[in-house]
Ligand binder design. Structure first.
Ligand SMILES: [Zn+2]
Length: 87
């Protein structure tokens, strides 16, 4: 596991925390811009974020009639954050 980096003023963990909001378009412009800058400068997040985004989108397609992606998202985030916390 690559060590967590700080790119564009955000740590990888922070990017992951914001990722579901980012996908929802719930972030303010400044934060969204920072995340996009991080994704461009961090190959790990770019790869991982794309995978994560694909998972969320796929889950939401399955779960669209039931609105509980938040719950699923939180659990995913917790799992995804675990390796980072061990650093
Ligand atoms: Zn990163």
């Amino acid at each position: 596991m690559a060590k967590e980096r700080t790119v564009a003023g955000l740590r990888c963990g922070q990017v992951l925390e914001h990722l579901s909001d980012y996908l929802d378009g719930d972030l303010d412009d400044a934060t969204r811009t920072q995340i996009e800058a991080h994704l461009r400068g961090c190959d790990w997040c770019e790869r991982f974020g794309a995978e994560f985004a694909g998972t969320i989108v796929a889950l939401r397609k399955e779960l669209v009639p039931v609105s509980l992606p938040q719950d699923v998202t939180v659990r995913l985030m917790q799992r995804l954050n675990m390796p980072l916390d061990k650093e």
